[in-house]
Design a protein around this ligand. Sequence first.
Ligand code: FMN
Length: 324
Amino acid sequence: MKTRITELFGIQHPIIQGGMHYVGFAELAAAVSNAGGLGIITALTQKTPENLAKEIARCREMTDKPFGVNLTFLPALQPPDYPGYIRAIVEGGVKIVETAGRNPEPYLPPLHAAGIKVIHKCTSVRHSLKAEKIGCDAVSVDGFECGGHPGEDDIPNMILLPRAAEELKIPFVASGGMADGRSLVAGLALGADGINMGTRFIATREAPVHENVKNAIVAASELDTRLVMRPLRNTERVMYNDAVKRLLEKETRLGQEIKFEDIIEEVAGVYPKIMMEGKTETGVWSCGMVAGLIHDIPTCRELIDRIMAEAEAIIKERLTKFLG
Ligand SMILES: Cc1cc2nc3c(=O)[nH]c(=O)nc-3n(C[C@H](O)[C@H](O)[C@H](O)COP(=O)(O)O)c2cc1C
């Protein structure tokens, strides 16, 4: 399948694995890229730019296919060493960067000067247009369904994707709620040039996270996520568990008075315990509604091959049949 995204990134299939904190290590990125998609290492999971450089080198040992690095720009008083991370990316010869969070404009010149293509993740048409205007090469349009941060507009992909298609000139991928061949065909029908998946890629054999996390996703239904941190305007879609229950009780009790300090126990520094040690009830962790469509733990190659075969069958058989 050839789309503007496969052409832009030099990949075989229009399927991207979005950056994921404590999931996006070299093992997963390499497995996705080896299967013909675009794997992405998550920069901020590496504590220092030196560690990111090592992770990039490790990934290169595992694949000769293109892979990318995710740079998430967080609102922080003490920002991470972004120039250092960018140096590691450039010197590591990575040619694709997925940015997310705040406006990536200040960081685009060094990336573009190194011949790097930038895909920015956006949760609204307004931010997508801004990304296009400042020179991003593509956008990942992340609907309300998505695991992680869906923004504050609450527009699901059935509306957000065709709206993005109406306005954007640069290519974009459909992100949030994508799991299978049906998602890919639907995304293409709504105007996207491919799909970006997070939650689906956690439940794969190569994702280097604890089995408890994968099993929790397989066991969950589409009803099992919640939105947290709404009053802080830092909304996150997460897997429902005891920590989320506690956090939501605090939100109800404290209302608009709630501060980040009130929920530190549930959100700060919990990812290593959850993803590495499998203590899934320790804190809140991102997960999409798409958990309801995830019923197995295939290899990345099995997953991607299955998505492509299913998409082809839907286009050639199911859809063509309707034309009589
Ligand atoms: C556990 C987890 C961690 C994530 N961490 C990040 C992150 O650090 N940076 C980022 O840009 N997106 C992050 N995301 C969002 C994904 O890259 C992707 O946009 C999202 O999962 C798409 O929705 P889906 O889960 O329905 O496929 C995370 C998602 C999950 C599930």
